[in-house]
Design a protein around this ligand. Sequence first.
Ligand SMILES: [Zn+2]
Length: 129
Amino acid sequence: MSKSAAGTAENPGKNVAQKSGLNKAILDQGWGEFRRQLDYKMAWKGGILFAIPPHYTSQECPECHHVAADNRQTQARFVCVQCHYENNADHVGAINVLERGYRLLACGDAALSRSMKQEPTEVSQLSSV
Ligand SMILES: [Zn+2]
């Protein structure tokens, strides 16, 4: 999420100063402490916190589970290239994270590692949520 946008000498990045400011703001939030507190509070209230791998959650169709970068036509719009399911991309990501959480709860880590191995090779870049 806070990867530098500087690029290389041959292929310089765009909006490097803006991304640098965003990176500082992200890192200043103390996400590790936020997660620790969330885990603590959930346990205190009798809940369980699951850390779900976010890879491809915004590129996977919640209907047919087809994963492709082309499913994300814009930052906000998700249209499955296989079954034509449409929704807001953030909503699709949330659906997939929830589904992975249910699978983790029902089947343990094996359910998530199996789904990660099923990622097709056509996905050219990792999404960071
Ligand atoms: Zn689909």
